[in-house]
Ligand binder design. Structure first.
Ligand code: ADP
Length: 281
């Protein structure tokens, strides 16, 4: 098991008379190599939750384990954890600062004290993993497109060769092509054995890419299950400010009109087949 959270709660004002909890009594675990998504309305506790996973925040109560070791224990050294758990913040490209792409991606390995050859080898592997074009390694990061900048920023985290990559809204502000690039890259990374945890607002994205979804609501874990399970609860999801992928609404509408279609379809290809079948009749 990669992560285990046991009854974790967190308040930004723990000493207040009536503390408000950003995360309240949350328990779940993550297997190594899983592709997990965390969804929830703004303010539901997603960002707080992911910061427990690399020790940036320590829960007010409860325990967090990484690879079987309690990271919330007194005296735990976080430096190794931060290398093994790569956290990609929202709009990570704002943190690019070096004169060339390659130098920027080398920054993490350099800080780890690796020699120059190893820094470069890791940076190049990471840039390849995010499918960044080789002839642009010497470009200034500031001359890149939005999607390219973001991929370079993600490569900067990957260059530390983490076991787990956590991305907070990695597709925010990108066009459909840029979104698809980032998400299929995440799938490839998972294929190479990395655990991927994705925080997202896009129901279509998580439905298509995640194997499992956690739904947060007001600091509490409302659902934890496979996408097909979670998106059965359309009404409840709407009640907490979320929605379901478009294909779920399409099936609902067809069902209302008397067609015998599955309740939850998450994939546009599958929806297309169902529609074609109906039109054939
Ligand atoms: P999400 O990522 O789902 O938008 P957050 O984890 O950022 O949710 O926020 C959960 C709750 O904690 C919200 O009520 C938010 O206002 C509060 N919160 C987040 N960050 C801070 C902070 N630095 N100080 C005080 N309250 C915060």
């Amino acid at each position: 098991m990669q992560f285990e959270l046991k009854d974790v709660s967190f308040s930004y004002q723990p000493d207040a008379k009536e503390p408000k909890y950003a995360v309240h009594h949350v328990s779940f675990s993550v297997e190594k190599g899983e592709f997990l998504a965390i969804i929830g309305h703004t303010g539901s506790g997603k960002s707080t939750l992911i910061q427990f996973l690399d020790g940036l925040l320590k829960p007010t109560s409860g325990k967090v384990f990484f690879n079987g070791t309690e990271i919330t224990a007194k005296g735990y050294q976080y430096s190794n954890l931060r290398r093994l758990v790569g956290l990609v913040f929202q709009y990570p490209e704002h943190q690019l600062f070096e004169t060339t792409v390659l130098k920027d991606v080398c920054y993490g390995p350099k800080n780890m004290g690796l020699d120059k050859e190893e820094q470069q080898a890791r940076a190049i592997r990471a840039l390849k993993a995010v499918r960044f074009p080789e002839d642009s390694y010497e470009k200034s990061p500031f001359d890149l497109s939005g999607g390219e900048k973001r991929r370079v920023a993600i490569a900067g985290v990957l260059a530390m060769e983490p076991e787990c990559l956590i991305l907070d809204e990695p597709t925010a502000g990108l066009d459909p092509h840029g979104r698809e690039d980032i998400l299929s890259m995440c799938r490839e990374l998972q294929g190479s054995g990395i655990t991927v945890i994705l925080v997202s607002h896009s129901m279509d994205d998580v439905a298509e890419f995640a194997e499992r979804i956690l739904v947060m609501d007001s600091g509490e874990l409302k659902y934890d299950g496979a996408p097909k399970e979670v998106f059965r609860h359309v009404d409840a999801l709407e009640g907490i400010g979320l929605s379901a992928p478009e294909t779920v609404y399409l099936m609902r509408e067809l069902k209302k009109r008397g067609y015998d279609v599955p309740e939850v379809v998450l994939n546009t290809e599958e929806a297309k087949e169902i529609l074609l079948d109906i039109f054939k009749k």
